[in-house]
Design a protein around this ligand. Structure first.
Ligand SMILES: *[C@@H]1O[C@H](CO)[C@@H](O)[C@H](O)[C@H]1NC(C)=O
Ligand SMILES: *[C@@H]1O[C@H](CO)[C@@H](O)[C@H](O)[C@H]1NC(C)=O
Length: 285
């Protein structure tokens, strides 16, 4: 078990004037081509297969607006993987056993590590695609913070059959702590098929703690855990998308194991933003 302790939540409040340090909510009038542009909200280059543009991997979901998109007149987005979703990191061998399509904040829109310093709340809403289902025989990594030196993930939200598990939580959303400390489970909730699941992850990058707020549909966020110890050092990048691992990976999960062909799988996101919670405020609705 993780050590955990209480913090005094003196000023958690519903707030409409929070300071937003990264706003990944997609404006209602955005076009798909905007995601290929150098001044996109999200990095137009990473992370995806080489010969494809983000505009070809994304679709707008106009008829289902998530909690935190409503107030910003923003819209949700669906991101898709197929057999070509093979990422080749600069100079390294392609990750042939993994299928990846992930949005990360455009570095130009999140300078000075603004999302990984101080006290910040990461907001996002996530929903399965009704048409392009995941295959829960596999492990999917869907939201994660990856250290700037790529030597691990401080937090990871997963679903499906987690590698090394019996699949008991394959239909859940499982939030895991730092992968260098064994990736312990911090929080688990059902992955609702028809509603957005909303998260607020209050992260103190000075104290190395995380506290989880969560709700379903249009309900306000509810505190789900106390403040939990978790190593958040190393800065790095947030990722939102699909990172589908192979089954039965050998020693190298990136390049061995089984990955079926002929796939077309999607996930839907809304309400991605990071707010400054240094004053103890987190927006709940
Ligand atoms: C951002 O984080 C990286 C990795 O930890 C670090 O090398 C860099 O100095 C940081 N930049 C600023 C402006 O703090
Ligand atoms: C799910 O994945 C497993 C392992 O890759 C594969 O054998 C199976 O055919 C897949 N099922 C569906 C419905 O695609």
């Amino acid at each position: 078990m993780l050590a955990h302790y209480f913090v005094l939540l003196t000023s958690i409040s519903v707030s409409t004037w929070a300071t937003i340090v990264f706003d990944g909510r997609v404006p209602g009038d955005a076009a798909l081509a905007d995601f290929d542009s150098l001044d996109s909200i999200f990095d137009p280059e990473f992370t995806k297969g080489e010969s494809v543009l983000f505009s070809e991997l994304l679709a707008f979901v106009d008829d289902d607006v998530s909690l935190f998109d409503q107030q910003a007149s923003a819209k949700s987005i669906e991101i898709t993987i197929d057999d070509d979703s093979i990422f080749a990191p600069g100079g390294a061998a392609p990750q042939t056993a993994v299928r990846r399509a992930e949005l990360s904040p455009n570095p130009a829109q999140s300078v000075d590590n603004v999302t990984t310093t101080g006290v910040k709340t990461l907001h996002f809403s996530i929903k399965p695609s009704p048409e392009r289902a995941l295959n829960v025989s596999h492990e999917y990594l869907m939201v994660f913070l990856e250290r700037a030196d790529f030597a691990g993930n401080q937090i990871s939200l997963k679903t499906g059959t987690l590698l090394g598990s019996d699949g008991a939580t394959k239909n859940d959303l499982v939030l895991l702590g730092n992968s260098n400390d064994g990736g312990e489970t911090l929080f688990t909730t059902a992955f609702e098929p028809d509603d957005f699941t909303n998260f607020g992850l209050l992260m103190d990058f000075d104290q190395n703690t995380i506290q989880i707020f969560q709700s379903t549909g249009t309900d306000a966020l509810v505190q789900q855990t106390e403040s939990l110890s978790n190593d958040l050092s190393g800065n790095g990048q947030l990722h939102f998308g699909l990172n589908k691992n192979p089954t039965d990976p050998g020693e190298d999960v990136l390049r061995s194991g089984f990955q079926e062909s002929g796939i077309l799988e999607s996930i839907i996101y809304g309400g991605i933003y990071v707010e400054d919670s240094a004053d103890g405020t987190i927006t709940l609705a």
